[in-house]
Design a protein around this ligand. Structure first.
Ligand SMILES: Nc1ncnc2c1ncn2[C@@H]1O[C@H](COP(=O)(O)OP(=O)(O)OP(=O)(O)O)[C@@H](O)[C@H]1O
Ligand SMILES: [Mg+2]
Length: 221
């Protein structure tokens, strides 16, 4: 009973000069309440897989199912807005907005009133272990680890139950990586999120509930 399921998913990049078969028949499923690590060498297809889960594109063959509905049957824009939240390696916070405004942004896009959004932002910032005082600061006034926690808080404001992260600890030292991972794990185990992380960090992957290793576009058993 997976929240997300992949059925024989293939993805081919078609460039002007060549075809790159990045995914060659991936079948697997992801449940709520668990942390998954996607690992594999550079070029093995990790980001491509995450992009399909994020609804940035459709598989060229096979299906990605979310709650049993194929993403090919959905409006991808709506899927991205309502079903999945994505966290990036380089945080991608808006530099000219305060922390509070960054976290409020997706909520306001969804029609939440500014007052409610601000209250919720305060709760979410606390949820990721940051003091309330960061709310009025700008992202550049925070450390990398703190910025990543803000990015997680912002993703939580999307009110989706699927969190996707491409190298969320890639720019962080060991202590900060552990901290970010423990937040993501708590979101899965305590709050029922389905958390899927792409990581190069084997030590981190070993702490996930399940590891999906890719090699040359296929799952290594
Ligand atoms: N836009 C693109 N056009 C053509 N080929 C691409 C494109 N993006 C990725 N590829 C190719 O698809 C394959 C998988 O790439 P992908 O980015 O998914 O790998 P990855 O596992 O995320 O690697 P990394 O660990 O370096 O981030 C690689 O052979 C890559 O060269
Ligand atoms: Mg990648």
């Amino acid at each position: 009973m997976g929240v997300l399921q992949l059925k024989e998913v293939c993805y081919t990049y078609q460039t002007q000069y060549q075809k790159v078969e990045a995914l060659k028949g991936i079948s697997t499923s992801f449940d709520a309440g668990k942390v998954y690590a996607i690992v594999g060498k550079s070029g093995s297809g990790k980001t491509t897989l995450l992009s399909l889960l994020a609804g940035l594109d459709l598989p060229t063959q096979g299906e990605v199912l979310c709650h049993d509905t194929s993403t090919s049957q959905m409006q991808l824009e709506q899927y991205r807005r309502e079903q999945v939240a994505v966290i990036y390696q380089n945080f991608r916070l808006f530099p000219l907005l305060t922390v509070a405004e960054n976290v409020m942004y997706p909520m306001e896009l969804r029609g939440t009133s500014p007052k409610q959004a601000r209250e919720k932002a305060a709760v979410l910032v606390e949820r990721v272990g940051l003091p309330e005082t960061v709310l009025n600061r700008y992202p550049t006034m925070l450390s990398g680890g703190e910025q990543q926690r803000v990015a997680i808080a912002r993703a939580l404001g999307m009110d989706t139950k699927i969190l996707l992260a491409d190298e969320p600890t890639g720019n962080l030292d060991t202590a900060n990586s552990e901290n970010i991972f423990s937040i993501l794990r708590s979101l899965a185990h305590d709050d029922g999120y389905c958390v899927i992380i792409v990581t190069h960090d084997r030590a981190l992957a070993d702490q996930a509930d399940d590891v999906l290793e890719l090699r040359d576009g296929r799952v290594v058993e």
